[in-house]
Design a binder for this molecule. Sequence first.
Ligand code: PGA
Length: 244
Amino acid sequence: MALRSKLIAGNWKMNGLRAPGLALARDIAARAAAGSPACDLLVCPPATLVILVGEAIAGSGIALGGQDCHPKENGACTGDVSAEMLKDAGCSHVILGHSERRSGCGETDATVNAKVAAAWRAGLTAVVCVGETRAEREAGLATAVVSAQLSGSLPAGATADNLVVAYEPVWAIGTGLTPTLDDIAAIHAVMRTALPPQTRMLYGGSVNPGNAREILSLGDVDGALVGGASLKADDFWAIAEACR
Ligand code: PGA
């Protein structure tokens, strides 16, 4: 079987005004254009910057993604963005089911499932996030929670081309804490059995230039979803280089 190339994805979250966002995008694009990156690259800026960042990275080989989409194509949904709009704005990917949306916006597996279907309808690759809370891990439920989230969040029709899964333990996001390598490997091994062959599986949660290489060396870890460290070009690039 073909080897899965690694993917380093930057989730900018609700960060970035025009000038610094453009500067960050141009910096990363220049590095990508200058050499051959060690991995596939994806940046997911806030909705206000999607088109601008898309223009800044054009021709660099870096892919563009949104951070969420509405299940519907259009309509009376004030404040929302559809998958078709993201596609039209130049996106190839969209992050769905991030824990900050599951906990902060009340998204259930059913919500995420409908959004993944919308992403596929629009021709986007869905980057679906799953992960347990600290209490769930301490109760020994991490594997069960992740398995249930996967089966609930994915409609029929998943393929290695339309889906990327990111394992992001909630307690590791933005905290500087990470699971042990054994724990990451164990969850990824379980996910592997539940997903179509060759589906890329990322790890996310406090990935930084210091821990990226050992995490990315795990056999079933096909890349990283990077939050805080994706806002600094040096750090994001160092994580990408750790794929070599
Ligand atoms: P972090 O965020 O790298 O800042 O922990 C990861 C994410 O939420 O995707």
